[in-house]
Design a protein around this ligand. Structure first.
Ligand SMILES: C[S@@+](CC[C@H](N)C(=O)[O-])C[C@H]1O[C@@H](n2cnc3c(N)ncnc32)[C@H](O)[C@@H]1O
Ligand SMILES: [Zn+2]
Length: 267
């Protein structure tokens, strides 16, 4: 897989401290090793994507291993796919899932993009063996037909871009919350909590080849509860008084429930 120029779409080549295309567009490599391929006109705000607090909240959740059963299930799904040499994590956040998969499948070259610079910075620092770029899912700075498996975990993606970058027979792994993910937490914050909607079961030009659910309960201490709230949209929602009460709560058992779908292009 190669990064492509976000201005003229030619392949980018690595120079000593930058990446450039034959049209002399050049992008500096940051000291953490990532490259910023998000042109100003593709930005809808100064700092798009998750803010640093959310990124650190997700890092805390992952370090506390709260989502490890999901990471294990996804690593198994990837291990079960044949001929995967290149994986692209779209909306990779601070890089946890790519890092987990890299440990169980060291032969796979892992790339990650995220629109949030703070997330990419942390990911690149933590996983120096992987390649990261700041970029948006609507315009992937990735060569056509160069990715064997693209994954999108609780992140937005754009179908025609996913289809463009996948190799023929390549896979797309979509992961999201199952209807009752974090149900007890939502009950603590809302009068009438709403279930998440089901993940889609079809994707144009692809076949649904596998799917699954990962579901378990975890007893969370107060620090873990606060990290979970900070890292999710719950941070911005819910009753103020209920939120204050939750901040005082010593512990709560919470259901973690995820769905995943694996689509295969051209089947
Ligand atoms: C809920 S987080 C999930 C991060 C990571 N996949 C994980 O599970 O730890 C969603 C991520 O999508 C990123 N994001 C939001 N909009 C995006 C876009 N248009 N293109 C790329 N990334 C985007 C956010 O910055 C954030 O890091
Ligand atoms: Zn260019």
């Amino acid at each position: 897989m190669v990064w492509i120029c976000p201005i003229c779409q030619l392949g980018l080549e690595k120079n000593q401290h930058s990446w450039s295309c034959d049209n002399q567009h050049s992008f500096d490599q940051a000291k953490e090793g990532y490259v910023n391929l998000l042109p100003a006109h593709q930005k809808r705000s100064k700092n798009p994507g998750d803010n640093l607090e959310m990124v650190l909240g997700r890092r805390a959740i992952h370090e506390a291993q709260l989502y490890q059963p999901l990471a294990e299930a996804l690593a198994n799904v990837v291990a079960g796919c044949k001929h995967i040499s290149t994986l692209l994590d779209i909306g990779s956040g601070e890089g946890y899932y790519g890092g987990f998969i890299a440990r169980s499948a060291p032969g796979i070259a892992i790339y990650g993009i995220d629109i949030a610079k703070s997330a990419v910075k942390l990911a690149a620092k933590t996983y120096p063996d992987q390649k990261f770029a700041v970029a948006g899912a609507r315009h992937l700075p990735v060569a056509t037909s160069s990715v064997d498996l693209a994954m999108c975990i609780f992140s937005p993606s754009t179908d025609n871009e996913v289809a463009r970058v996948l190799t023929q027979g390549g896979h797309y792994l979509e992961v999201g919350p199952a209807p009752r993910h974090l149900w007890q937490l939502k009950t603590a914050l809302y009068d009438q909590p709403r279930e998440h909607s089901e993940l889609r079961r079809s994707l144009e030009g692809s076949a649904l080849t596998q799917d699954g659910e990962v579901c378990y309960d975890k007893r969370l201490n107060n620090t873990q509860l606060q990290a979970l709230v900070a890292a999710t949209p719950l941070a911005f929602r819910g009753h103020r008084e209920k939120k204050a009460k939750l901040r005082e709560q010593a512990a709560l058992t919470v259901t973690m429930a995820f769905s995943w779908r694996l689509f295969t292009l051209g089947e």
